[in-house]
Design a protein around this ligand. Sequence first.
Ligand SMILES: O=C(O)CCC(=O)C(=O)O
Ligand SMILES: [Fe+2]
Length: 369
Amino acid sequence: MAEPERRRLLLRNFLSPEICKELAFIHKSCCTIGYRPNVFSTTLSHLIATNSPHLIMPFVPIRERLKEKVEEYFGCEYELFVEFTGLISWCKGASIGWHSDDNRDHLKQRDFSAVCYLNNYEVDFLGGLFRFQDGEPSTIAPMAGDVVIYTADERNIHSVSEISEGERITLALWFSRDASHDEDANLLKSLSNCSLSSPVGSIASCFPVLASTNMYWFPPEEASRFQTGFNICSARLCTLGFDVCFSNNSDKESPFTTRDSCSINLKVLEEPLYLTCGDALLTREFVNILHALQVVQFYCWKASEFETAESTDTVSVPLSELQRQKITLLRAVLVKDLKLAETLIGRINSQRPLEERFRSRFSDVVSND
Ligand SMILES: O=C(O)CCC(=O)C(=O)O
Ligand SMILES: [Fe+2]
């Protein structure tokens, strides 16, 4: 008897909890506006473009393992190429109706799909169930480490139900048998440009560089006016209990004097800054807001390890009244709607900022690295 046709497979615990957390850290440090409403994304080309190519490393073995698994399970007699790799987070209000992944002319090269779940249904988010229109498994409740692989054609019509709370994070990959759609060729090209643009070994070559301001503004339709919504980097810092304070404007006018100048002056996010936390200014300077966000997110990722480390001298100073005023003004410009930010990217179960102990330990860690 002929074997039943293979069209999909759910792989439980394909990724370790550690790698899931690492990928979630990368996404929360680097993401920009995504391709659908209430979705944020981090592509590999974006990591290169923002001078963070080292963050591609964790993806390399996963892509290889998954490609081999797909080739083996679907009995491919040809080599597959990775067509796209990206971290995607689906926030409150995001969903996708019934579709197949090759359902547009420009997507016909997609032969197989893989969706890796990086956090947990009912713990990190509510809603966001994956469903196949027919056959088994019919419903998948995402759990960190699980991966679903399926053919990208109409044999796998699927949907994702609306996320009602929290941030659902995935790593999505598509595979093609068409070598002209090999993502690696483009990535290598951008990588070689990137390594040529800053002198090897220079300190500047280590720090992230922001993409265009518009890519960090939510909702994207507000990105030309910046009158409602939030800057993603500032909002992520705010929801963790941090504000920003710029280094070089202490004796100048605030960069945000009129509403109309906001779009131009958001360039200030590319300048050196300090983090503030409650009444304290942490004395470690960051080269730009992306650098600050990456360090804070790194700390959140590794917090449990730092918890046991010996505390060192305190490294924060009290805020002056002028700094306090500037921080309030900056927050009003960069995060116009903190409630919206907390709903979309804040933590489910606990909307409170980080605790005092966490904050002071964080300041020890960032000032001694
Ligand atoms: O995140 C998921 O579970 C699936 C996403 C999806 O169907 C897509 O991006 O095409
Ligand atoms: Fe899909």
